[in-house]
Write a protein that binds this ligand. Structure first.
Ligand SMILES: Nc1nc2c(ncn2[C@@H]2O[C@H](COP(=O)(O)OP(=O)(O)OP(=O)(O)O)[C@@H](O)[C@H]2O)c(=O)[nH]1
Ligand SMILES: C[S@@+](CC[C@H](N)C(=O)[O-])C[C@H]1O[C@@H](n2cnc3c(N)ncnc32)[C@H](O)[C@@H]1O
Ligand code: SF4
Ligand code: SF4
Length: 327
């Protein structure tokens, strides 16, 4: 089994955007009641006393929109300062980043992935439900200016919505040291949009980019599922996250903790999920919590391969949306 040393932590299930592929306008979501959210203190102690002793060293903060979390900068500082945290990163929509980039960097965050599905303001508004392209772009520039590196931009490619923009998005990597990543649209959150069009295979995107600019494998590998390439002589890289056309479960190194303390073994399956918050609040010791997590990790490889679920139809075996899980 792969070493599992990467925890994705959803800090909040709410979001200020309404991306059509994630949390479309009007979608009804049972938000977590604030009393059921892990507090900052609980979260830091779970990271320190449960995950670090079990060998976890990489932590990503996500959401919903993580920049909406109360006391975020303090929380980031507390996690960044824990002995054993080697890599602390965040995935965000970038809207509030222009002001928060500097304090987050000063608190110890070093890596940030920002979602940017389009360079066209109208398409951006169509996808996110918000007319805020400029604010997100300013957030990206602020993150670059304060020194976040590598700076990664995430593009979910939705057929006939933004796939005509991939060459322009890929070209951002030519004279900037940015990592542009193209993500195959997953059928979580909006079955209707998905059943209509499906996803675009990464292999097709690579061909289109290669025909225009050339494309070579990159030496620069990430921690995650992206296959990394480069336009020859470009400063940055191009990553392809292909969870629909390929299966990268054999190299899966991660589990996911929700804002209400549920630990799930797989993005696409919640079999075996455990409730760390309730266990903690019922007075279980950290040693008992570690035991619970260890048992889940022992099951994980089976779940990865045998029960990975595509998420459509009545047979799906998970019930939370991407915004609730954190991607
Ligand atoms: N199926 C699947 N998708 C994943 C997994 N990890 C990340 N993704 C998807 O990849 C996209 C980008 O994820 P990010 O939050 O930027 O994280 P990452 O690519 O792991 O980040 P790095 O640590 O920088 O490599 C999101 O749409 C995620 O849902 C995974 O383990 N399985
Ligand atoms: C759920 S979001 C949470 C963090 C933050 N709000 C953001 O958008 O970056 C994490 C990642 O999941 C991606 N994502 C959301 N829904 C998706 C879907 N249906 N298919 C593929 N990726 C998706 C987003 O684009 C983002 O890169
Ligand atoms: S992808 Fe991120 S920004 Fe878009 S709705 Fe989901 S959580 Fe919000
Ligand atoms: S689908 Fe599940 S097991 Fe496969 S890589 Fe993603 S999180 Fe890991």
């Amino acid at each position: 089994m792969n070493d599992v040393d990467y925890l994705r932590i959803s800090l909040i299930d709410r979001c200020n955007f309404r991306c059509t592929y994630c949390m479309p306008e009007g979608s009804e979501i049972d938000y977590i009641h604030s009393a059921n959210m892990l507090t900052n203190r609980e979260l830091v102690s779970i990271v320190q006393e449960v995950f670090i002793p079990l060998g976890f060293s990489k932590f990503r903060l996500t959401g919903g929109e993580p920049l909406l979390r109360k006391e975020l900068v303090n929380l980031v500082g507390a996690i960044a300062n824990l002995t054993g945290v080697q890599d602390l990163s965040m995935t965000t929509n970038g809207f509030l980043l222009a002001h928060l980039a500097k304090p987050l960097y000063e608190a110890g965050l070093r890596r940030i992935n920002i979602s940017l599905d389009s360079l066209d303001r109208d398409v951006f508004r169509q996808i996110t439900g918000r007319n805020l392209w400029q604010q997100v772009w300013d957030g990206i520039l602020a993150a670059h200016a304060v020194g976040f590196a590598p700076l990664k931009l995430n593009v979910v490619v939705v057929p006939e919505v933004n796939d005509h923009e991939i060459l322009n998005l890929a070209a951002l990597s030519i004279d900037r040291d940015w990592h542009i990543r193209f993500i195959e649209f997953m059928p979580i959150g909006n079955d209707r949009l998905f059943s209509h069009k499906g996803w675009v295979d990464s292999a097709d995107l690579r061909q289109r980019i290669s025909d225009r600019y050339g494309l070579v494998p990159s030496n620069c590998k990430g921690n995650g599922p992206a296959d990394v390439f480069q336009i020859p002589n470009a400063q940055g890289t191009l990553g392809f996250i292909s969870q629909m056309s390929e299966c990268f479960c054999d190299r899966c190194n991660r589990v996911r903790l929700s804002a209400d303390g549920l630990l799930r073994p797989c993005l696409l399956n919640e079999t075996g999920q455990i409730d760390l918050k309730t266990a903690l609040r019922e007075g279980k010791s950290f040693a008992e919590l570690r035991m619970m997590v260890r048992e889940l990790l022992n099951l994980k490889a089976e779940i990865n391969f045998k029960e990975r679920d595509r998420g459509t139809g009545d047979q799906k075996s998970y019930f939370r949306t991407m915004s609730q899980i954190g991607g």
